[in-house]
Design a protein around this ligand. Structure first.
Ligand code: 0GY
Length: 297
């Protein structure tokens, strides 16, 4: 139990996920996951838009070992605001087996950033999903980009498909690597070749600094589990067209899901549905995340 009660409709992660039947390539990275609290040790941010269940580093590392991942990339969750304490503690405790993606502010000092880098942070996240945060003006994010440039960090962006056109000018002005969460949250009831997803594919095609996480079928799918049929053509297209710029992650502990909680073992078993060759799987799970997050290891 944390210091505060989780939201009354909060769905808790599956405490006993199945063992995947898909054998992950050695050295695989879960490149999108979070830690929540525990709240009595790492309080949730006053400005948060949800209060989750506690999901701490020990549970994350147990999942990593159960699923047979070697590494994690731990992404600061919005319920912790710009206090990166829980994420940094988890990355530090992983002793080189985790990297972090932080939320920082323009007034975060260079000394704080150096310390984060030393612990294992390699990116910042800009979140534009309004049910999670109130987005700031572009100027705010440009100041952050200036701050992280000397460290060689990249930017992770989370937005919904309908917002891409509006953000296009800002996104394409960034000269760092930019990783898009969850394929830019496509509406999978629309056509893969339709205007909405074509704009996202164009972003990746015309801007070689853009990468995509092919994550969260459980969040994006309308047809639902266990086979997330409607997500498959979208993820296959991204992996097929940009095999060297894709990442995969569990998104454990799956914040804000409504209706059902996925079995993380079955999420791993979904990977060969979207990365259909051994080469694609190795790039997605090992080569790409290692190149981006462990280049200096
Ligand atoms: C995700 C998705 C969500 C939440 C967050 O930081 C967060 O709070 O990323 C969401 O609710 O869609 O990537 O975990």
């Amino acid at each position: 139990m944390g210091a505060v009660a989780m939201d009354s409709d909060w769905l808790v992660f599956d405490p006993h996920p199945s063992k995947p039947t898909f054998v992950l390539p050695p050295g695989s990275v879960d490149a999108h996951c979070h830690v929540f609290g525990p709240g009595d040790q790492f309080p949730y941010a006053p400005e948060r838009k949800y209060t989750p269940c506690d999901a701490g580093k020990d549970q994350l590392f147990a999942l990593r070992d159960h699923l047979n991942f070697e590494n994690n990339v731990i992404v600061q969750a919005t319920c912790h605001g710009s206090n990166n304490g829980a994420m940094l503690d988890a990355v530090a405790s992983a002793k080189g087996r985790a990297r972090g993606v932080a939320t920082i502010r323009p007034d975060t000092s260079a000394a704080e950033l150096d310390e984060m880098h030393e612990i294992g942070v390699r990116a910042v996240r800009f979140n534009y999903v309004r049910r999670l945060v109130d987005p700031e003006p572009d100027e705010y994010y440009y100041r952050i980009v200036e701050k992280i440039a000397p460290l060689g960090w990249h930017v992770v962006v989370y937005f919904e498909a309908a917002d891409l056109a509006e953000r296009w000018g800002f996104f394409t002005s960034l000269n760092t690597v930019v990783v898009v969460d969850h394929m830019g949250r496509p509406d999978v009831s629309r056509a893969v070749d339709g205007p909405e997803f074509s704009l996202f594919l164009r972003l990746l095609r015309e801007h070689e600094n853009f990468w995509s996480k092919v994550t969260c079928p459980e969040r994006i799918s309308i047809s639902g589990p266990p086979d997330f049929r409607d997500v498959v053509p979208f993820a296959r297209r991204v992996i097929g067209d940009f095999p060297d710029r894709v990442l995969w992650g569990t998104d454990w502990p799956h914040p804000n899901l409504k209706g059902f909680m996925p079995d993380d073992g079955l999420l791993v078993d979904f990977i060969p549905q979207i990365a259909t060759t051994e080469e694609q799987q190795r790039k997605l799970l090992v080569d790409n995340p290692k190149r981006l997050y462990w280049k200096d290891a």
